[in-house]
Write a protein that binds this ligand. Structure first.
Ligand SMILES: Nc1ncnc2c1ncn2[C@@H]1O[C@H](COP(=O)(O)OP(=O)(O)OP(=O)(O)O)[C@@H](O)[C@H]1O
Length: 544
């Protein structure tokens, strides 16, 4: 799949300060060809990650310019399904083995019944012997290879990688880049950002795309870069790393302008291979993905390589509203075939329910293996149970202890609310946002205990606001459970116990007309609304 972009700009807007925004990518053009390993390089802050995010479709807001695939304006949805993005941090699921992680990815990405290619891919990427190792115990290089293996499950023709070598030692870095080169040689377009690679690594790349201050200062074959720099009067000293040299020259802003003008901000491509015969694709890795068509009569097999491939797709007949299976024994280019399959299926291979089930099973497996969290929960619950029991021992039926009864109900609900939040805080203290949960609960805690001693005087509007506190709903439901349902009068050892009759307490708290089920309904509604808002927030994040 050949990627192209023309006059691309990307502007970011500050969420705090108003204004025209900052242009991070400034009208660059370029093309990345199938079968090539491409390095996006440049000094820190040049816009490498931003460019990668824009051309991969990871960012879609604040962009102007044209994005093309195989010479045609691209369909963003389809392109996203034809490409993958591997982030700098390896986002691997902890507590799963390598094999399990592969199988989960395959279940997500391949239709039911399709052959799961986990073993084949692990074998090719040298991870088969580690298939029973937990992902968090892998070395940096193995993690990176697993991240690539997970994407290879559905064999997309375009790979984007953000700094794939960061945190790896020299040997592992070379292995990683050689693997990417192998993937590229099989017909994929592999684009990655990289920080000043050593000369030996730099020459492994086919194409370099160098950015400085959001502008393109070089685009072309890696081995054409030094001659190009020399031709514009910037001779790279002998034995000097060309990748370091071009970054060094960007310290002078006049050089940036001159180089940007020379390469027409990416419209020009410098090649050193006009006279050479294109190298034969290395095809020593046969990665196949089988897409099972619904009626199981035809199985589509795509071998992503520079070889031609055969495939069989179902076609939708708009006139008769039916689908017919067409034997398209095509000799198309494999990436074209990939796109056709995506077009013919027009939806994700797994239904929403299947995705939910896969995630649920994965989560349960992870919870059951998270011994630390399970121990924390067990010890925490047992200790709190014993302490609460000791504090309120022998007072359950004592009519003079009304305020202690209320304290117990409030304490238990808060205990359950905070327990759920504290486990992730204790287990993953370094995760972003883990402090937000406990902090966000504080106002609801205030609303939960507000006005217990002047319940009848709380204005209606405040009553409605208090209903938004799920902790209060929990407290009210617990009080109604303990003192409602026709509970008999409590014992009274004093001369007079005002709250010995449970009905008096419920009336005093102004909850005699509430029901446990109504409070539960409100809690469920709050839960559904919160999850819906999270879902909408995530959707919004993914579409901008
Ligand atoms: N959302 C944003 N808001 C404000 N500024 C941004 C935003 N995204 C990027 N920038 C700015 O755009 C410029 C380019 O950022 P980018 O991360 O693309 O650079 P980079 O070349 O990848 O840098 P590095 O190599 O250090 O990771 C930086 O000056 C950065 O501060």
């Amino acid at each position: 799949m050949d990627l192209e972009f023309r006059n691309l700009t990307y502007t970011v807007h500050s969420r705090i300060a108003r204004g025209p925004g900052k242009q991070v990518i400034k009208g660059v053009s370029g093309r990345f060809m199938a079968g090539q390993l491409i390095a996006i390089m440049g000094p820190s802050g040049a816009g490498k990650s931003s460019l990668l995010n824009v051309i991969s479709g990871y960012k879609s807001g604040g962009i102007t310019g044209e994005l093309l695939v195989d010479g045609q304006t691209r369909d963003e949805q389809q392109f996203k399904r034809s490409s993958c993005y591997i982030t700098q941090e390896d986002l691997l699921q902890p507590l799963l083995t390598v094999r399990e992680a592969m199988d989960v990815a395959a279940k997500f990405k391949l239709p039911k019944g399709a052959k799961i290619p986990s073993e084949e891919i692990l074998q090719e990427l040298g991870l088969l012997e580690h298939q029973n190792t937990k992902t968090d115990l892998l070395s940096g290089g193995q993690k990176k290879r697993l991240a690539i293996a997970l994407e290879l499950v559905n064999n997309p023709p375009v790979f984007f990688l953000d700094e794939p070598t960061s945190g790896l030692d020299n040997v592992t870095t070379v292995q990683c880049i050689k693997l990417l080169k192998q993937l590229a040689r099989q017909g994929r377009t592999v684009v990655c950002t990289i920080h000043q690679p050593p000369a030996s690594l730099f020459e492994l790349f086919d194409q370099a795309y160098i950015l400085a201050d959001g502008r393109c200062i070089y685009q072309g074959d890696t081995d054409a870069m030094v001659p190009h720099l020399q031709s514009v009067g910037l001779a790279c000293p002998r034995h000097h790393n060309p990748a370091d040299f071009i970054i060094e020259v960007t310290e002078n802003s006049q050089n940036i302008t001159m180089l940007c003008d020379e390469i027409l901000n990416g419209k020009m491509y410098k090649s050193a291979k006009f006279d050479t015969v294109p190298s034969e694709p290395i095809n020593n890795m046969h990665l196949k993905v089988c897409y099972q068509i619904e009626d199981e009569s035809g199985e589509t097999e795509i071998v992503l390589s520079n070889e031609k491939c055969t495939y069989q797709v179902k076609q939708y007949n708009e006139v008769s509203n039916s689908t017919t299976s067409l034997d398209q024994m095509s000799r198309d280019d494999s990436s074209l075939a990939w796109m056709k399959i995506q077009k013919s299926t027009c939806r994700y291979p797994t239904t929403n329910f299947q995705q939910f089930s896969i995630l649920l099973v994965r989560m349960l497996v992870q919870i059951s293996r998270n011994h630390q969290a399970l121990w924390i929960q067990t010890v925490h619950h047992v200790m709190c149970g014993v302490l609460v029991g000791l504090c309120f021992f022998g007072t359950a039926n004592d009519g003079s202890q009304m305020f202690n009864h209320l304290k117990m109900c409030v304490g238990l609900v808060i205990f359950f609310a905070y327990t759920q939040i504290m486990v992730p805080v204790l287990v993953y203290p370094q995760e972003n946002g883990c402090a937000i949960g406990p902090a966000a609960i504080a106002p609801f805690l205030g609303l939960a205990i507000y006005g217990f001693d002047f319940a009848h005087r709380i204005p209606l509007i405040m009553n409605i606001i208090m209903k938004t506190s799920f902790i209060r709903c929990g407290v009210v439901a617990m009080i109604l459970t303990v003192f409602g349902f026709g509970r008999k009068n409590l014992d009274c050892k004093d001369t007079y116990c005002h709250f010995a009759k449970p009905d008096v307490l419920l009336r005093y708290l102004d909850i005699e007309n509430s029901s446990v089920w109504f409070e539960i309904l409100i809690m469920v509604s709050i839960m559904v609304t919160a999850r819906f808002l999270c879902y909408m927030g995530l959707r919004w994040r993914f579409t901008t």
